[in-house]
Design a protein around this ligand. Structure first.
Ligand code: 13P
Length: 254
């Protein structure tokens, strides 16, 4: 059975002390709510990672992840952080391909394919984000955009490598806007993801891939979204900064 994941993406929020406090609060609240093959992941700014990994040691169902990592192994890239550095903190996951990185930092599918390779080579599990903009959806290009992002970003991976990847469908128009995709809209795209995975790999690989929904997911809409056959959890932005909201989203699977 594929893993169910509720992942928080803290984005560029919380200073060091605030991050420690929120993580401790979340860990204590969710520890008894995470059952079976479920996992919670907190993706924090880089500076929090090492300490969060230490804090997470008492909680086997709570993992830590970064929000980015460089495509090269090392070198003269002032201000950048490598996948090896992220891994050395004990972090397990790394978000790649987030629409904010695509939009504000010019990350395209080719670069993201390289970042994915480097992350995997260093033992990190990518949470690879895919999604269309509002203009693309209105022009009815969303299936093509998603297919291209999948093909160019992750479908070059071997079956073994792809097994380490978690996918996240994040329609750009739903991120931070309070406008969530309806459960039907999200399910339609998640089923399409799975179909494309089956075409590129096989049905077994498709059935084993965890596909998260992200975009204004909150305690009020999570139950309906996560009840869909192909939605295996969420990548949560704003609501992951409030321990109570994050807890309520984790509890949806119980
Ligand atoms: P919001 O939940 O704030 O819409 O953000 C979603 C997101 O971008 C998670 O990666």
């Amino acid at each position: 059975m594929r893993k169910k994941i509720v992942a928080g993406n803290w984005k560029m929020n919380l200073d060091y002390n605030e991050g420690m406090a929120l993580f401790s609060e979340i860990a204590n609240m969710v520890k008894d709510e995470i059952t079976g093959s479920q996992q919670a992941v907190i993706c924090s700014p880089f500076i929090h990672l090492n300490s969060l990994v230490q804090l997470a040691k008492g909680y086997d169902k709570i993992a830590v992840g970064a929000q980015n990592a460089h495509q090269n192994e090392s070198g003269a890239y002032t201000g950048e952080i490598s996948a090896k550095m992220v891994k050395s903190t004990g972090a397990e996951y790394v978000i790649l391909g987030h629409s904010e990185r695509r939009q504000y930092f010019g990350e395209d599918n080719q670069l993201l394919a390289k970042k994915t390779d480097t992350a995997l080579a260093n033992g990190l599990k990518p949470i690879f984000c895919i999604g269309e903009t509002l203009e693309e959806r209105e022009a009815e290009q969303h299936f093509d955009i998603i297919k291209t992002q999948l093909q160019e970003g992750v479908f070059h991976l071997s079956t073994e490598q792809f097994a380490q990847v978690v996918l996240a469908y994040e329609p750009v128009w739903a991120i931070g806007t309070g406008k969530t995709a309806s459960a039907e809209q999200a399910q339609e795209i998640h089923a399409f993801f799975r179909e494309e995975i089956a075409n590129n790999y096989n049905q077994e690989v498709a059935d084993n891939t965890t596909i998260l929904y992200g975009g204004s997911c909150n305690p009020r809409n999570a139950a309906e979204l996560f009840a869909q056959a192909d939605i295996d959890g969420g990548l949560i932005g704003g609501a992951s900064l409030k321990s109570r909201d994050f807890l309520d989203i984790v509890k949806v699977f119980n």
